[in-house]
Design a protein around this ligand. Structure first.
Ligand SMILES: Nc1nc2c(ncn2[C@@H]2O[C@H](COP(=O)(O)OP(=O)(O)O)[C@@H](O)[C@H]2O)c(=O)[nH]1
Ligand SMILES: [Mg+2]
Length: 415
């Protein structure tokens, strides 16, 4: 399978998106974070890489040592797999937060390790639970809002919401102003969050509407409340805590598993893609300066600057995407059958070579027939050679980015 050939259309978009997200994240961390408009899809998580690791990867990319990049990225991803994701379950008291945690953990409500539930206010302080169904996840059962006179702001501070990676807002019976305020706060804090509507069994029992209509009404009601507060709609799941495998529970579990992978690795992916992009771009700019200054031939020991095949080979070696390096990369990735050398890519380059030859021939004819055009012709020839070299450089850098993206994607462990 030729992976690189398929990259520019679909995966490259993802790569660019990740880079943009990384840039947004940078803005977010910096004091000038006001420049990000509310509602942009950027989330904060507590999971990040050390500056030493980032520097090491940047250096390996700059050296065109993709094998080294694979090693570092794999180690880093592996260590991120052990990062414990913190999930907060919050809402109005009595909505079924503790019951939801038990249902998610697929345990009953009266077992030794169950979260205590009941009609009276049972959860007084945050309690941590874990589940073998979600390894490396802490589920925090928080005391509900409603019963206290506390403002949402002070409640969130007291619960240290900023330290969580994902927040699940539990609602039932009605989507109250507290739920809206919680959702607003999550959006403001750029926290990934879900809305889970519980007690669906009761709604189904008491409603006069047919089931599809009822489900639609509940969804619509939540949606409208959030829209009024200009909150972008989060994933919404309608469940009964007494039926942990019915209604939206399967969808919820699936979404959660995916998001756990994202939380564990996205931060790292963003940072790494940013580092790769930056280092490659810096290298490209510096080579372009050499091209403009006509010093490329000397610096890179090129014997014939008009030989585009030679130029291509030199650039490929600089970025570590020559055939031999790519074979080693595929081996190191444990995918020896991966052919990073794309025929389309080669054909494009050879077309450039042909164009170049054609142009040389035309120029030569022009030079013979119109000697007074000599200066102009030389300028054009020079300029065109530079353009050709830069074209090959951009192609090679693009290929290096594409291969790096494959390396990054490949390093994410599947859930
Ligand atoms: N019918 C029904 N009752 C529920 C459901 N979830 C929770 N409850 C009940 O609602 C009450 C409050 O539940 P609890 O989990 O303690 O709420 P919390 O205060 O939000 O933690 C208890 O009596 C639960 O049995 C549900 O999905 N369906
Ligand atoms: Mg509770």
């Amino acid at each position: 399978m030729d992976l690189v050939m398929k990259l520019p259309q679909n995966i490259w978009k993802t790569f660019t998106l990740l880079i943009n997200m990384a840039k947004s994240l940078k803005l977010l961390i910096s004091p000038s974070s006001k420049s990000i408009t509310a509602g942009e899809l950027v989330y904060t998580s507590q999971n990040s890489s050390s500056p030493e690791v980032m520097e090491e990867i940047g250096k390996a990319v700059a050296e065109g040592n993709l094998q080294k990049v694979i090693g570092i990225v794999k180690d880093e991803m592996q260590s991120k797999s052990k990062y414990t994701v913190k999930i907060a379950v919050t809402g109005d008291s009595g909505n079924g937060m503790s019951s939801f945690i038990n249902a998610l953990r697929l345990i009953g409500h009266d077992e030794e390790d169950s979260a205590p539930t009941g009609v009276v206010r049972t959860t007084q302080k945050p309690a941590r639970y874990s589940s073998s169904h979600f390894p490396y996840v802490d589920l925090w059962d928080l005391p509900g809002l409603g019963a206290t006179a506390q403002s949402v702001k002070s409640y969130l501070e007291e619960m240290q919401i900023s330290t969580f990676d994902l927040i699940i807002i539990i609602a039932s019976e009605q989507f109250s102003s507290n739920h809206v305020k919680l959702a607003e706060a999550m959006q403001r804090m750029r926290k990934r969050f879900y809305v889970v509507w519980t007690k669906l069994d009761r709604d189904l029992r008491t409603s006069t509407f047919p089931e599809p209509q009822l489900l639609q009404n509940i969804q619509k009601n939540i949606q409208e409340n959030l829209q009024q507060a200009q909150v972008r709609e989060p994933p919404v799941f309608l469940v009964s805590c007494f039926s942990p495998s019915l209604h939206d529970f399967p969808k919820l579990r699936e979404t959660l598993q995916k998001d756990l992978t994202v939380i564990k690795h996205l931060d790292l992916l963003e940072t790494l893609s940013h580092i790769c992009e930056k280092n490659i771009n810096d290298r490209v700019e510096s080579i372009k300066r050499s091209i403009d200054a006509d010093s490329l031939q000397r610096e890179s020991e090129i014997s014939d600057p008009d030989n585009m095949k030679e130029i291509q080979k030199v650039f490929q070696e600089i970025f570590g995407v020559d055939d031999e390096s790519l074979r080693q990369v595929a081996l190191k990735m444990g995918r020896p059958d991966t052919h990073f050398t794309s025929r389309e890519f080669q054909e494009k380059l050879s077309n450039q070579q042909n164009d170049w030859t054609k142009w040389l021939y035309q120029s030569a004819t022009q030079f013979v027939s119109k000697p007074y055009n000599f200066m102009k012709c030389c300028y054009h020839r020079h300029h065109s050679r530079h353009m050709q070299q830069k074209g090959i450089l951009d192609e090679t850098a693009g290929k290096a980015k594409a291969v790096l993206l494959e390396i990054l994607k490949d390093s994410i462990p599947h859930p």
